[in-house]
Design a protein around this ligand. Structure first.
Ligand code: FE
Length: 218
């Protein structure tokens, strides 16, 4: 299936219900000051959202936070990808968006200088296995925040739309996982897909972003 020209869809009603259920009782703060709490009795998942009218990403986290689910790196990982600010190249097909979020510990402490290493298929579902197109890493800032522009990947046989990620804090160890898009029909027939790894789609004007907060059990 070729999703070259589709736009990101807002979460479905089911997706929103999941997000609400997963958000816990943490409070919201600005991108440079993540709100934390240690009062939760059961592990929770951090949430991310944008401030209405500004597009500024915010995150909330209530300790203890649930460590992000690990998944296989699959057959297409390739070491040596460059540091990037964007994965989009001139003339590249596909729906552009900003992949953004945070890297935190299970006690909600931001992790600075963590590497967020991404590799993904292009809009037709094809990986670049000879070069580094749609492969690269960014580093988190002091608040644990990262952002990189990319495109919505196409599906390939057996797989729904997904983005592979390796998140490595200074000194390691590396979390390997995959991220998924809400509202994609093929999610339901993908044997690897996990709703725990759904991106949260946010919009501000014509700018689209997809957010995820990684929690590392360091
Ligand atoms: Fe893949």
């Amino acid at each position: 299936m070729n999703n070259t020209n589709r736009r990101l869809s807002l979460p479905s009603a089911i997706g929103l219900a999941f997000l609400v259920a997963a958000c816990g009782s943490g409070t919201t703060s600005t991108a440079t000051s993540i709100a934390t709490s240690s009062t939760a009795s059961t592990p929770t998942r951090p949430s991310a959202s944008t401030v209405a009218g500004t597009g500024t990403l915010t995150a909330s986290c209530t300790a203890p936070a649930v460590a992000t689910t690990a998944q296989t790196d699959g057959p297409y990982y390739k070491a040596g990808a460059p540091q990037v600010t964007t994965l989009v190249q001139s003339g590249m097909a596909g729906s552009r968006f900003t992949l953004t979020g945070y890297v935190l510990t299970t006690d909600c402490t931001p992790i600075a200088n963590a590497s967020v290493n991404i590799w993904q298929a292009d809009a037709t579902g094809t990986y670049d296995n000879t070069g580094y197109t749609l492969r690269g890493y960014v580093l988190t800032d002091a608040s644990g925040h990262f952002a990189v522009e990319t495109i919505v990947p196409g599906e390939y046989p057996g797989r729904t739309e997904h983005i592979h990620v390796k998140v490595t804090p200074p000194g390691g160890p590396t979390l390997t996982t995959q991220l998924y898009f809400p509202g994609v029909t093929a999610n339901d027939s993908d044997g690897i897909y996990s709703p725990d790894l759904l991106l949260k789609i946010t919009q501000s004007g014509n700018t689209e972003a997809a957010a995820f907060t990684f929690v590392l059990a360091t």
